[in-house]
Ligand binder design. Structure first.
Ligand code: SF4
Length: 352
C-alpha cells in the first residue's frame, strides 16, 4: 500500500529522504512542488534526481481532494464542492470584494455546535477534516485562479467549528502560512470560532499571528442560549473574559461577528447591552444580516433595525461594518454550507 506524502509533516519528509539515502534538502524542494505548485506526479519535480523520484513513487503518492462542482452566484461569489477520499463532500466559497478575494474554507464535515440559525448544523457532525484536507481547499482554488488574482485572504468560517478540530486546524494554519507550505501571510488568515473558551486560552500560546473572529450573535445569555447551544457550556461573560485575556499585537482587533435576526437580537436595547459586554475588548463589530431559509424559524432584520443597531454601536466609538452575506442563490451564504449537498448525498445512498 502506498502512503500519501501530503500526510507527512516537514520534519517527517526530511527523515524519509534521509532514510532513503537521499539529501535532506530535497525535502524543501519537494514541499514547494507539492504545496506551492500543486503537483501530484513526482515526474514533474524536475529539480530532484530521477532515481530519487522513482524511489518516492514506489512507496508514496500525492493526494488531491477532487473538485466535483463549481457554482457561480449572481454576485460572482463561487462555491467549490470537493470530494474527499471517503466520498464525503465539503464546500469552500470564494468571495470577491472590492479590492480582494477571500476564500472561506471548511474544517469539519458537518458541525456539532448546533447553532439554530445555521443549516450546516442540521447535518450534525460527520468527521474532522485532516490537515491536508483543510490546506488542499486553498491549494485547489489557488491553482485555478489567474496569476494576477492569487493573493487570497483566507477565513476559516466554512463548515464546522475550527477549534473543535483543534490540532488539525492549528497545523493546517501553520502549513498555509509557512514558506514551505502555501506561504500566505498569517495577517491574511482569519480563524473564526463560536467561542470554545478552553481552546481560546490554548490558542493564545500558539503564536499563530492570525486574525481572530468570534461569533457572538446575542447580547445576553438568555438570547444566546436559544441561538447557540454552546452558550450553556461557555456563557457570554466567559467568552468575553477569554477575549479580554487574549494577547494581541498593537492595533490588531478581534472581530465580533453578530448575525442580526429580525425580532430576536436586533433591538436598540440589544445593541446597548452588547456594547456593555464588549467593554475592555479591543474589537470591531461585523454585523451580518441574517439569511432567511424556509426550513429555519427566523426572519430577516429590517434595514431600519440594522441602521439603528449600527448607529448605537458607533455612538460608543466602536468600529462597525456590515457584511452582507454573498452567494445566497447557490447555497453558499453564511450558515448554508454543506447542507444542500449533504441532502443530495443522503438521497443517493438511500437509493443505492
Ligand atoms: S454557525 Fe458555525 S459553529 Fe455554528 S453550527 Fe454553523 S458551522 Fe457550526
Amino acid at each position: 500500500m502506498k502512503k500519501d506524502l501530503k500526510t507527512l509533516s516537514f520534519p517527517e519528509l526530511e527523515k524519509l529522504l534521509e532514510e532513503m539515502g537521499e539529501k535532506s534538502y530535497h525535502a524543501k524542494q519537494l514541499a514547494i512542488w507539492i504545496w506551492q505548485r500543486g503537483i501530484t506526479d513526482f515526474a514533474q519535480a524536475t529539480d530532484i534526481s530521477k532515481p530519487c523520484r522513482n524511489k518516492l513513487a514506489e512507496r508514496y503518492y500525492v493526494s488531491e481532494i477532487s473538485l466535483t462542482t463549481t457554482r457561480m452566484a449572481k454576485d460572482n461569489s463561487c462555491k467549490y464542492v470537493f470530494r474527499l477520499s471517503d466520498r464525503l463532500e465539503i464546500e469552500s466559497v470564494l468571495i470577491p470584494e472590492q479590492d480582494r478575494l477571500t476564500l472561506c474554507i471548511s474544517t469539519q464535515v458537518g458541525c456539532r455546535q448546533g447553532c439554530r440559525f445555521c443549516l450546516t448544523a442540521r447535518m450534525g457532525f460527520v468527521r474532522n477534516l485532516l490537515i491536508h484536507e483543510i490546506v488542499d481547499q486553498v491549494l485547489q482554488v489557488k491553482k485555478r485562479l489567474p496569476s494576477d488574482k492569487k493573493n487570497l485572504n483566507i477565513v476559516l468560517m466554512g463548515m464546522g467549528e475550527p477549534l473543535d478540530n483543534y490540532q488539525n486546524t492549528i497545523q493546517a494554519i501553520r502549513l498555509i502560512s509557512s514558506p514551505l507550505g502555501l506561504n500566505i501571510s498569517p495577517r491574511r488568515i482569519t480563524l473564526s470560532t463560536a467561542g470554545l473558551v478552553p481552546q481560546l486560552y490554548q490558542l493564545q500560546k500558539e503564536k499563530l499571528g492570525v486574525n481572530l473572529a468570534v461569533s457572538i450573535n446575542a447580547p445576553s445569555d438568555t438570547i444566546r442560549n436559544t441561538l447557540m447551544p454552546i452558550n450553556r457550556q461557555y456563557n457570554l461573560e466567559s467568552v468575553f473574559q477569554a477575549l479580554r485575556d487574549f494577547p494581541l499585537p498593537s492595533r490588531q482587533k478581534i472581530s465580533i461577528e453578530y448575525i442580526l435576526i429580525g425580532g430576536v437580537n436586533d433591538s436598540p436595547e440589544a445593541a446597548r447591552q452588547l456594547r456593555r459586554g464588549l467593554r475592555g475588548i479591543p474589537c470591531k463589530v461585523n454585523l451580518i444580516p441574517y439569511n432567511p431559509d424556509p426550513s429555519l424559524p427566523y426572519n430577516e432584520c429590517s434595514e431600519l433595525c440594522l441602521e439603528q443597531f449600527q448607529e448605537i454601536l458607533r455612538g460608543y466609538d466602536l468600529t462597525v461594518t456590515v457584511r452582507r452575506s454573498k452567494g445566497r442563490d447557490i447555497g453558499a451564504a453564511c450558515g448554508q454550507l454543506g447542507y444542500y449537498c449533504f441532502q443530495q448525498y443522503l438521497k443517493k445512498i438511500q437509493y443505492k
